[in-house]
Design a protein around this ligand. Sequence first.
Ligand code: C5P
Length: 302
Amino acid sequence: MSSVTVRVPAKVNVQLAVGPLRDDGYHDLVNVFHAVSLFDEVVAKESEAVTVRVEGDNVEQVPLDDSNLAIQAARALAKHAGRTYGVELIIRKAIPVAGGMAGGSADAAGALVACNELWGLGLPREDLMEIAADLGSDVPFSLLGGTAVGTGRGEQLTPVPARGRFHWVFAVADGGLSTATVYGECDRLREATGEKVAWPQVSEPLLAALREGDAAGLGALLANDLQPAAVMLRRSLARTLEVGQELGALGAIVSGSGPTCAFLAAGEEQAEKLAVALMGAGVCRTAVTAYGEVPGAQIMAA
Ligand code: C5P
């Protein structure tokens, strides 16, 4: 086999409850992940060395050295197999870079699946999930896809049912936000306001709305504890969220650590109209529509 192509979805967090800061620098979470139809493509080709090339919008922000998560994924997989392998990774990005939609995690998950196939390792998904958890908190979900509750730092996943299709609009901002910086700002805001940090709990009504395919219910229950921090770091997001709501979104939320804003729409047509209106209002760099849920990392061609 000389080339493998894997498609990996973006995620939106329909609930992100951030608990106390742990000794290891992470926060205990309840993170309800939902995979949406915005895909990065990871192509793995035979090569002597491990290299990466990234194609798409705003990709100059993506590192091409060993700090690239897809390179780290390929190296971690080779190490797990106890061998030295090379691979040329080509990443075609559609997921906003540093946008709070797990784009980097998607590429790492894609690299794991693609290299597992290219190198003929035949490792089961459970092994890939373990390697994924060491690479980053969101990487296991990029492998799994669908809709799932993440606990711990987000890597311990329990799939949950979601009926039908939820239609989303994502307002992409100029530039990204660092996940670590947003969590740090969240801690700073909590300390400044003396907020008592509760142990994170999953919202049962939100799980019911997902299970019943109730978009209006889900829209009203979207919740993200990182939102105040993301808005503090990027004040313009407050206006983006407000405009989306005024334009009739069923719910408006910062996606993960931002700065992408996610809007839930009643249907496909409403989502298309909302995207056009958000762009017209000049409150984002661009707006794209997508639906969820979709599966995690999948081999498209080998
Ligand atoms: O796991 P990942 O490397 O993607 O996390 C990036 C950063 O986000 C961490 O270094 C940490 O600052 C923050 N984070 C956190 N709690 C989590 C997940 C991430 O504080 N549960």
